[in-house]
Design a protein around this ligand. Structure first.
Ligand code: NDP
Length: 328
């Protein structure tokens, strides 16, 4: 096969175009492993890339898609051989390296990990970077020494991908989970995932005080901006917040008060360049802890042809949970 179907972003004088096209195998970028992509997923960052709302894409033409599950077709990497099932999250795919909204990908073998035991490729993509990031957040809070006996955990952007996964993981780990959402209509959904209390997003938005009532022991924040600032002001003495997102904005209008008066810790979470040992640890824990029924309840599936319209929806906060892209 000298060409394959791919969603391709091209730069134009007016911005960018996105179209499903035939892409030449010869035009794939360098890498020591060739993959037949079977599944991908839709993350917030993919939405930014496909709409051009943020400068996520750093070379053109670009095949977007930051997550990939597939089967190795050929490998010059000693860790992988033809027929192996693998996954890839991040490492600049869909940004600087051609990504996975395509039937084929060529990548560096050290970016790959084997498909986690007990997960199908579709389930691994239902988890995707969003779930991987949620687990990195949980691991960071645990490493900081936080545990469910300390008090409740709060998750912001609760009905989104990272939020939904974080609720499920925290509940499984024994935390009492409070979900902050702009969609209280999703109360049943959030409760099924494991949230015991739902609060309106507006409680945490807008200008807040440097210190507010201590309400939660830990937080997983996918929203940023004033939401994260208000969260920090409301964390109990010695607690921590894992900051992993910016769905509400990239700024952080806070003060040093929570840090120097309450010993609150702000833990930064990056999924893109996380080291391999941490990836393996996170995916082992995901495969072990994730309730497959909850995963199914938060997942929908679309073909490659529908990715572009779903990209607009995710930026408008209209997607609930996770979306798998079925490539075949
Ligand atoms: P989703 O769009 O699925 O979820 C984001 C959620 O945030 C929405 O569902 C909504 O939740 C809430 N939200 C959206 N807009 C606003 C707003 N203006 N103010 C307050 N809340 C808002 O995206 P993902 O879960 O895939 O990603 C979430 C964030 O995490 C993104 O910013 C993404 O870039 C980031 N991210 C970071 C990673 C990392 O490596 N650090 C990796 C993956 C994602 P609700 O309706 O419940 O209020």
């Amino acid at each position: 096969m000298s060409s394959f179907k791919a969603l391709v972003i091209e730069k134009t004088d007016d911005g960018q175009t996105v179209a499903l096209k035939d892409f030449k195998v010869a035009d794939l970028m360098d890498g020591d492993v060739a993959i037949r992509v079977t599944h991908s997923t839709l993350n917030y960052k993919d939405g930014l890339a496909l709409t051009g709302k943020s400068p996520v894409v750093r070379r053109f033409p670009m095949i977007p898609g930051v997550d990939c599950a597939g089967i190795v077709e050929a490998s010059d990497n000693p860790d992988f051989q033809a027929g192996d099932r693998v996954i890839l999250n991040g490492w600049g795919t869909g940004e600087t390296h051609l990504g996975s909204y395509a039937e084929k990908a060529r990548v560096r073998g050290d970016w790959l990990i084997p498909l986690p035991k007990g997960l199908t490729p579709s389930q691994a993509m239902a988890v995707g970077t969003a779930g991987f990031t949620a687990m990195l957040s949980v691991l960071a809070l645990e490493r900081h020494g936080c545990s469910p006996g300390d008090g409740p955990a709060i998750v912001t952007g609760a009905a989104g991908g990272v939020g939904s996964m974080a609720i499920a993981f925290l509940a499984k780990a024994g935390w009492r989970v409070v979900a902050s959402t702009g969609r209280v209509s999703e109360t049943d959904y959030l409760s099924e995932l494991g949230a015991t209390e739902i609060i309106e997003r507006s409680e945490l938005s807008g200008p807040g005080r440097p210190l507010a009532k201590e309400r939660w022991a830990v937080g997983v924040d996918s929203v940023g901006s004033s939401t994260l600032a208000n969260l920090l002001s409301s964390i109990q003495y010695g607690g921590a917040v894992a900051a992993c997102g910016l769905a509400g904005g990239m700024d952080l209008p806070t003060s040093v008060a929570p840090f120097i008066l309450r010993s609150v810790a702000l833990l930064g979470i990056d999924s893109v360049r996380a080291r391999k040992s941490l990836r393996l640890e996170a995916w082992d824990r995901i495969a072990r802890d994730l309730d497959r029924d909850k995963l199914a309840a938060m997942t929908s599936s679309i073909p490659l042809a529908d990715v572009q319209s779903a990209a607009t929806d995710i930026l408008e906060g209209k997607i609930r949970g996770r979306v798998v892209v079925d490539i075949g």
